[in-house]
Design a protein around this ligand. Structure first.
Ligand code: G3I
Length: 373
């Protein structure tokens, strides 16, 4: 009798251990089968100098994006001079850990050195020459990582808030068709990789409409946009879960997948115009704008966790059309939001704190997956 009781007890124990062993504790395991879970990594994480950050990336994520390593000013700083040192290490890191590797980005209005748009006398370069430079850049960079980078943000942030085309130097000198050439050449350079269009504030209806019209024009020109990247530089009260859901559905209607490409959640007081992610926008510092310099109150920590969970529930609900959700940084210390739009603030937008400890928001994101499957 006693023996039988022990047998039953040990069966129950084994079963409960099996259940807890199956409950994922990493982001990539929790969301496996739904979509990739990615993270943007900086130079210290690429090289391993930030050993603790690098360990989190390897353990938790199955996709990476280069926060800055592949931007034009870093990879192609001078005419005819490419520097692939960091970019090569980035791709090696992703391959070593069997990750889905993203390229960010090829054609952007920002972080492009002045020489690209100038001729030898400093005057604006002519259209044919700028097309030639863009062709050279795309073929050299995409070609170098052909078959190794699975997904490229080909054109980044081409739209204004009202949905019209941004008056970038690319548009001024080449004309709106610069987008068609960029996608055509990126596809020719590596026909197997995914072509992405990536932008912020696509939740804003006017900008979303502009993006939808733009993707349709590209599609009419024979370009297969695989993914529209909704950056996701979000705030505590914007976008609402409903607005996020509508955005995903509207974009997926184009026959593309949707990715959240640069997710972070700003808990700091917003300043006028800070709902954009325009890197050139800056505001004078003011202690009132930096209320959590000594730490994040529990109530805000909890609210952040709830907000993260609410968004992940939406992503999970639409997993059939979602290809990836990428966090824009590992720990709060890494975030660009410590310096934008106000320099030197203490920001708390990510899933790990400044001591490399997972925040309640991390647990909430894991729980959202376990509940949603
Ligand atoms: O590496 C230099 C360093 O050598 C120098 O001493 C230091 C002095 O300020 O600057 C360092 O470069 C900075 C770089 O980040 C690395 O920290 C640049 O000044 C700074 O402009 C750059 O900011 C990046 C920004 O894009 C502009 O490229 C942010 O880290 C990065 O998070 C941000 O990411 C963008 C996406 O690419 C596109 N969508 C919006 C998103 C947020 O702005």
């Amino acid at each position: 009798m006693l023996h039988r009781r022990f047998t039953i007890l040990s069966m129950i124990l084994t079963a409960s251990l099996a259940v807890s062993a199956q409950t994922p504790t990493t982001l990539k395991d929790a969301y496996r089968g739904a979509f990739h879970i990615g993270v943007a990594i900086n130079s210290d994480q690429i090289t391993g100098k930030d050993a603790r950050g690098t360990a989190i990336v390897a353990e938790q994520f199955d996709s990476i994006s280069p926060e800055n390593a592949m931007k034009w000013e870093n990879i192609h700083p001078k005419a005819g001079k490419y520097d692939f040192t960091l970019a090569d290490q980035y791709v090696d890191f992703g391959e070593k850990h069997h990750m889905f590797i993203v390229g960010h980005n090829l054609v952007w209005h920002s972080q492009v050195p002045a020489w690209v748009f100038q001729d030898d006398s400093g005057k604006p370069v002519n259209r044919i020459e700028l097309l030639r430079r863009m062709h050279d850049h795309i073929f050299t960079v995409v070609g170098r990582y052909k078959g190794r980078i699975q997904s490229w943000d080909v054109v980044n942030e081409a739209l204004n808030e009202d949905g019209t085309l941004r008056d970038s130097k690319w548009k001024q000198i080449i004309g709106p068709e610069y987008l068609i050439w960029a996608y055509r050449w990126a596809h020719e350079a590596d026909p197997m990789m995914e072509l992405n269009y990536n932008d912020y504030n696509l939740e804003n209806p006017a900008k979303r409409k502009g993006a939808i019209d733009l993707i349709k024009i590209l599609q009419q020109n024979g370009i297969k946009i695989a993914v529209v990247g909704v950056q996701g530089h979000d705030h505590m009260n914007w976008p609402s879960a409903d607005l996020e859901e509508q955005t995903i559905l509207d974009l997926a209607n184009l026959g593309v997948k949707v990715a959240i490409t640069e997710l972070d959640l700003d808990v700091l007081p917003t300043v006028p115009q800070a709902t954009t992610a325009d890197v050139s926008y800056h505001v004078e510092s003011d202690p009132k704008l930096n209320p959590y310099s000594k730490g994040l109150p529990d109530s805000v920590q909890k609210a952040l966790a709830t907000r993260y969970a609410d968004l992940f529930k939406v992503y999970l609900k639409h997993r059939e059309v979602m290809s990836r959700v990428t966090l824009w940084g590992v720990t709060d210390a890494d975030s660009w939001l410590n310096d934008w739009p106000v320099k030197g603030r203490s920001s708390y937008p990510l899933l790990w704190d400044r001591n490399f400890k997972p925040k309640p928001a991390f647990d909430a994101v894991i729980q959202a997956a376990n509940q949603g499957k």
